[in-house]
Design a protein around this ligand. Structure first.
Ligand code: PNS
Length: 167
């Protein structure tokens, strides 16, 4: 087994989208072990719609459906680099969609690098079909009764409809 075999795919995943699953699947082709790390309370994004356990359950279901056996899901409420170290990970993998993601990711990269220079952050470019897709956009569509069935796993679409669709 190579030295650099475990990667963390961190995120809020509120909720997971098909774009996230694309990034996770592609990360799993590069690393031998992938841990999808669901942050309990994302400070910068305010209160989540779904609890950490609900967000984890969506990911568990989707990842099982994709047959990704070397990918597991955990929740965390510590510094990301501490979580990565505790799990022997040497890489943090994040998806990048557009230039608009860059500033946010660049700042987190610098903070994480200052705390843990030994853990490298790696960026996977969104596939074109998902370059517009975000959890926020999905929640907005669902709130106003839009069809999100092409954008998220079926379980998520069902739960979104129950949780937020206006009458
Ligand atoms: O999907 P997101 O919202 O971009 O993911 C954000 C995440 C989970 C990567 C970020 O909130 C995070 O790392 N939280 C843990 C706290 C931490 O380590 N912060 C320092 C880096 S700014």
């Amino acid at each position: 087994m190579s030295e650099h075999h475990t990667a963390i795919c961190p995120g809020s995943y509120d909720p997971v989208t098909n774009g996230h699953l694309d990034i996770i699947t592609r990360t799993a082709t590069v690393f031998e072990h992938v841990i999808v790390a669901v942050v309990d309370q994302p400070l910068r994004k305010g209160k989540t719609l779904f609890s950490a356990d609900e967000r984890k359950a969506f990911l568990d279901d989707a990842i099982e459906g994709l047959g990704l056996e070397h990918v597991e899901v955990e929740t965390f409420s510590t510094l990301l680099v501490d979580f990565a170290r505790d799990h022997g990970a040497t890489a943090i993998v994040k998806g990048l969609r557009a230039i608009s993601d860059f500033e946010y990711e660049f700042e987190m990269n610098q903070l994480n690098r200052k705390l843990a220079p030994d853990i490298e952050s790696v960026y996977v470019m969104a596939s074109p079909e998902y370059s517009f897709l975000s959890s926020t956009g999905v929640k907005e569509l669902a709130t106003f009764g839009g069809d999100v069935s092409d954008l998220v796993p079926t379980m998520v679409a069902d739960q979104l409809a129950k949780r937020i669709q206006r009458p």
